[in-house]
Write a protein that binds this ligand. Structure first.
Ligand SMILES: *Cc1c(COP(=O)(O)O)cnc(C)c1O
Length: 476
């Protein structure tokens, strides 16, 4: 079979057999799919040999580029030992080493003297305890990391002998994954509303979406009215609230919605004041995306539970962790018969190949001084965003570090959005694709989230293509 026929066959087989996520398959069937065959650095190549700049890090996971030698080698090396064994009743070498490494990194970013866990803010350490986030529970994707966090928080209060703290506070526009618990704490109508009858109810706090403030206020004159709303919920129901869950600094899937400075710190203070656990979902923001290792670090707002996934293996393999404080972990200690065990686990929990990839990924942060190298790139992005804000149909630009969103609007003055059905974001993405850049929008928001390793030159190229695409699509 010639190469062309083989490619045609792959296209047909894809349409015959694959049901793609978050994809209207009727449309997909009418399009020519891009089938990726190979990758290198921040580029991906399709079966016809066309290269694309990977402008969204293969859906927000890639950190050091594709086919990074150190990570490739680490996986190959681990493969010569063992690919998988269980963490249920056994342990494995890479999972142990990675847990230690993660705790070291997290403790450096969010040291234990910061307020953790309720009233009083920093609990007296039990013997052998470290304080801060120090117990690593493995799972295999962001959604499961969130499920674990919710179940931990719920059961923590039970084990503490506190009754009635059964509810969660989540934010409008939040996204925490697609499993039922994660959807229950989600707040994006287009994704989540269809499942309402299946979900548990949560208290919904306002989204810190300053460009379209739900409370009709303007920052900073608002004096954080959204936090006052949150406090209202806490004040009325704290006896029923187990935890608050939040995407720190930026509600990513909700449209790259950045919170104003001081907001996250305010959330931490409220959680402490009302004795509510704070769960930080750093699945998207973790591992350098925001310019610091973790988003919470920007405001020294240490959560009681932290969820990490996406970048954890540098975008190589599915892996996630939920990291909890000593205090939470200790609440689950008891005699076998007490049934205080945390009854949760997945088949691939702590997968050795994934953990080996993650260790190599984390070593690269040190070896290549990744966080330092981001400064210049963030400046380039900041400058570009300011320029783009002058375009006729760009309403708002938002970023924290190398996570950015450009919100397109039909009318800049009234902020009237393009109708969902106009697919404005998609039209820009298709245009960019024709010019060798792969991006995936969120409604009217163009998402820019390249691998952290992107060169200054490639970043400029990416931004140029995106800007040209926005201009071409919106102004003609
Ligand atoms: C992507 C994401 C998730 C879900 O992760 P999956 O690996 O896709 O299940 C959860 N929370 C946030 C903030 C995310 O961006």
């Amino acid at each position: 079979m010639g190469i062309i026929e083989e490619n045609r066959r792959l296209e047909e087989l894809d349409k015959q057999y694959i049901w793609h996520p978050f994809t209207q398959m009727k449309e997909w069937l009418e399009e020519k799919p891009i089938i990726i065959f190979e990758g290198k650095d921040c580029f991906i190549k399709d079966i016809y040999g066309r290269w694309y700049l990977d402008g969204v890090s293969s859906l927000w996971v890639n950190i050091h580029g594709h086919r990074k030698k150190e990570i490739d080698d680490a996986i190959k090396k681990q493969l010569d030992k063992i690919a998988h064994s269980t963490l249920l009743g056994l342990s494995n070498v890479p999972a142990i080493k990675l847990a230690e490494k993660l705790v070291q990194i997290v403790q450096k970013s969010l040291p234990p003297h910061l307020p953790f866990t309720g009233n009083p803010p920093t609990p007296p350490l039990e013997k052998g305890g470290m304080g801060g986030l120090c117990k690593v529970f493995y799972s295999d994707n962001g959604s499961t990391a969130v499920e674990v966090a919710l179940k931990m928080a719920f059961q923590y209060w039970r084990h503490k002998g506190v009754d009635g703290k059964n509810k969660f506070v989540s934010l409008n526009n939040a996204y925490h994954g697609d499993t039922m618990g994660a959807v229950s704490v989600g707040g994006i109508d287009i994704f989540h509303k269809a499942f309402t009858p299946l979900l548990f109810k949560t208290y919904k706090a306002p989204s810190p979406y300053c460009y379209r403030c739900e409370l009709g206020k303007e920052y900073p004159e608002c004096k954080f009215a959204c936090l006052d709303k949150m406090e209202g919920i806490f004040n009325a129901h704290s006896g029923k609230i187990a935890a608050l869950i939040i995407e720190p600094l930026i509600q990513a899937a909700g449209g790259m919605i950045t919170s104003p400075p001081g907001y996250l710190k305010g959330v931490r203070e409220l959680c402490t004041k009302y004795n509510i656990l704070m769960i930080a979902d750093e699945v998207a923001t973790g591992f350098g995306r925001t310019g610091k290792m973790f988003a919470c670090e920007h405001e020294s707002a240490a959560p009681d539970i932290m969820c990490l996934s996406k970048g954890i293996t540098g975008g190589y393999m599915p892996l996630a962790v939920t990291i909890a404080t000593d205090d939470i972990y200790n609440a689950f200690l008891g005699e076998f018969k007490d049934l205080k065990t945390f009854f949760h686990g997945h088949s691939y929990t702590g997968n050795p190949l994934a953990c080996a990839a993650s260790l190599a990924c984390l070593d690269l942060f040190e070896k290549e001084e990744v966080l330092k190298s981001l400064k210049k790139k963030i400046e380039i992005l900041d400058t570009w965003l300011k320029e783009v804000l002058n375009l006729k149909y760009v309403g708002d630009v938002r970023n924290i570090g190398l996570m950015a969103g450009v919100e397109l609007v039909r009318n800049k003055k009234t902020k009237k959005p393009y109708d969902w059905s106009e697919k404005m974001g998609w039209r820009v993405a298709y245009r960019a694709r024709e010019n060798g850049v792969f991006i995936r929008p969120l409604g009217n928001v163009i998402v820019i989230m390249p691998p952290l390793s992107i060169s200054d030159q490639n970043l400029r190229q990416l931004l140029k293509v995106i800007k040209d695409s926005i201009v071409k699509v919106t102004e003609s």
